[in-house]
Write a protein that binds this ligand. Structure first.
Ligand code: GDP
Ligand code: IMO
Ligand code: MG
Length: 430
């Protein structure tokens, strides 16, 4: 039995959706454990593209998909996503999709606050997705949030909402010069959403535990990436949840003994969307090539992603913080045609050589990447399905990553499609 956690190792958009979809073939249950619809996970099956923001990426393989307690759920977005998938012929009924009763609900005022906060920060803004993620997690931490268990109970929902809105209206009126929001309007429209989602609500911890006892295999789907983690990322330019593998347990209600493997998804170069430090960012033709060939546009907001070379300093951080047991290298096909490819192996910070990612942003700003340059390849690798057939230079690139990170490459992705993949070792097959 293998229960695998999938996490992003960089700043998100590494290709987690594709890999979760691929591995779901062998899993019985797929659980999202943090984040919300700030995530945009892309799956391409037989040429058709699907983007999910909340529904776990195991849904196309017909697996039971769970939204764990650690996720913040916008009910409006979830209802729309259920309909979008259903229209595409995907079963999204309550037998296939479940939401934890302890998951927190994103309300309209969270989205409004997200926008107001960002606008008030001016040039210091984080560049959030504007989906209300931060304000919802804030309410959770300050013990004012509304969980699904209260959301689907009209009396409790009304009570909580009234208390909540009083404080939010004070902020809107006095701090952000916005008009007040109306409790009655929100209560009515959101009660309708609660009614629609009620059949999906369950206790995810109990569900996963029972599935495990029956010998079922669980796949935990992370969102965002290690360097957007609220604890370990480039704070304050981070998201509001913990994105590392340890949170797979807390965010779905299982203990650490349930986890057998942790796969880190590594894009073959680096991207970042939104503001914040990015030591290997490129502002030249190479950066433009990565952006264009990699079609680097955000799956949630459509924003252009910033691009740069692979950074092994951040990846060392990711290996350690997540206890990675395997690496999944994605978008390797995008590197075709570069005469040489650069890999950052350390930072030079005013003459001091750093191998570990610094926490202090002023220090980080002074860091210059130290690169090793390796030869590139001209062959189209997107049709290759076995490691041995890869060009020698591609193998050398992968070997260097493996050697420096002391972690094996388990899967290589050479195109967006489910089948455009080289599986070196499948943890479900052992
Ligand atoms: P996620 O948030 O980690 O699930 O990643 P996104 O879906 O936001 O972004 C990854 C993008 O790269 C999507 O458009 C995928 O279809 C695409 N993609 C994934 N793997 C590969 C790959 O190996 N090669 C190419 N060319 N595209 C890929
Ligand atoms: P997936 O799961 C890339 C970024 C935003 C912003 C910061 C905070 O698709 O990899 P938030 O709305 O979370 O408060 O924004 O985090 N961000 C992501 N970047 N991929 C994501 O998810 C992201 N989710 C949030 O751009 O910089
Ligand atoms: Mg994404």
């Amino acid at each position: 039995m293998a229960n695998i956690v999938i996490v992003g190792t960089q700043w998100g958009d590494e290709g987690k959706g594709k890999i979760v979809d691929l591995l779901s073939e062998h899993a019985d249950v797929v659980v999202r454990f943090q984040g919300g619809n700030n995530a945009g996970h892309t799956m391409v099956v037989k040429g058709e593209q699907f983007i999910s923001h909340l529904v776990p990426s195991g849904i196309l393989q017909g697996k039971t998909c769970l939204i764990g307690n650690g996720v913040v759920v916008d009910p409006q977005v979830l209802v729309e996503e259920i309909a979008y998938l259903r229209e595409k012929g995907v079963d999204t009924g309550p037998d296939k999709l479940k939401i934890c009763e302890k998951a927190h609900v994103i309300m309209p005022y969270h989205k409004e606050l997200d926008h107001s906060r960002e606008a008030s920060k001016g040039k210091n803004k984080i560049g959030t997705t504007g989906r209300g993620i931060g304000p919802c997690y804030e309410d959770k931490a300050s013990r004012k949030g509304i969980r699904f268990t209260e959301f689907i109970d009209p009396e409790m929902f009304k009570d909580k909402l009234e208390n909540e809105i009083e404080e939010k209206n004070f902020l809107f009126e006095n701090l952000y010069s916005k008009s007040k929001i109306d409790t009655k309007t929100i209560f009515e429209s959101y009660s309708a959403l609660a009614e629609m989602l009620k059949p999906y609500v369950t206790n995810v911890s109990v569900f996963v535990s029972n599935a495990s006892k029956e010998g079922k295999q669980i796949l935990f789907e992370g969102a965002q990436g290690t360097h957007l983690d609220i604890e370990h990322g480039t704070y304050p330019f981070v998201t509001s949840s913990s994105t590392v593998s340890g949170n797979a347990c807390c965010g779905s209600g299982v203990g650490p003994k349930q986890i057998s493997e942790v796969f880190g998804i590594v894009k073959a170069y680096t991207t970042r969307v939104g503001a914040g430090p990015f030591p290997t960012e490129l502002f030249d033709e190479d950066g433009d090539t990565l952006q264009r060939v990699g079609a680097e546009f955000g799956a949630t907001t459509g924003r252009k992603r910033r691009c740069g070379w692979l950074d092994l300093v951040i990846l060392e951080n990711a290996v350690r913080l997540n206890s990675l047991t395997g690496l999944v290298i994605t978008k390797l096909d995008v590197l075709k045609g570069f005469k040489t490819i650069k890999i950052c192996t350390a930072y030079d910070c005013d003459g001091e050589i750093l191998k570990h990612f610094p926490s202090n942003l002023n220090k980080l700003a002074k860091c210059k990447p130290i690169y090793e340059e390796v030869p590139g390849w001209d062959e189209d690798i997107s049709t290759i399905r076995s490691y041995d057939e890869l060009p020698d230079n591609t193998k050398k690139y992968l070997k260097k990553i493996e050697d420096i990170l002391e972690t094996p490459v388990s899967i290589i992705s050479v195109g967006p499609g489910r089948d455009e993949t080289i599986v070196v070792s499948n943890p479900y097959a052992t």
